[in-house]
Design a protein. Structure first.
Length: 187
């Protein structure tokens, strides 16, 4: 279709269809197209920008984030003993540290400072679909941070790590860990 034949109605129909298909970034697409058509006017290819009269897509209302209440947390902690110790610790880390799942998975033994009850959060565990492998990447914000933890949680983590290291030693050559880019195990 020729640029000068595009109408605001066609643009509106395009964005209605995009919305039906649950396409993302509609506002960004709209702004990009306005800019492109303005450039076409500047270059003398068009006289009028049809996007100027089209309806700008509305941003979808974001859902309100639900936080755990104190009673929810107490209930969760009361049922935790039914789970494997690894999952108990992951849930406690999520609760007490406020970490994302990928950040929890990105924690390494060396991330934990048991003396000062501090955890360094500087990596996330990601999956590369193309190469079909896991890898450590920087955090979502790209910044590392230190998180303070309750002493009893740090003690539980330390005990778990000691048990885990003993199990890994027993496995010896049979242990086949996920490796990072340098060939070091992601443990």
């Amino acid at each position: 279709m020729l640029l000068h034949k595009i109408t605001p109605t066609q643009i509106n129909l395009f964005f209605v269809e995009q919305k039906k298909q649950k396409a993302g970034s509609l506002i960004e697409k709209f702004v990009l197209m306005i800019t492109m058509f303005n450039k076409a006017i500047e270059w003398g290819c068009l006289e009028v920008n049809p996007y100027a009269k089209a309806n700008k897509p509305k941003r979808a209302k974001t859902k309100r984030i639900n936080y755990y209440t104190e009673s929810h947390i107490q209930l969760l902690l009361s049922v935790l003993p039914k789970f494997h110790i690894k999952h108990q610790l992951q849930i406690k880390i999520a609760l007490f540290y406020g970490l994302r799942m990928a950040e929890i998975a990105g924690l390494r033994f060396e991330s934990l400072n048991f003396e000062n009850n501090i955890t360094s959060v500087n990596k996330t565990l990601q999956y590369d679909k193309k190469r079909q492998r896991h890898f450590l990447d920087s955090t979502k914000t790209g910044e590392s941070r230190l998180v303070h933890a309750p002493k009893n949680l740090m003690t539980e983590l330390q005990e778990y790590i000691e048990l885990k290291k003993k199990k890994l030693e027993k496995l010896g050559d049979k242990f086949n860990p996920i490796l990072d880019n340098k060939g070091s195990p992601l443990i």
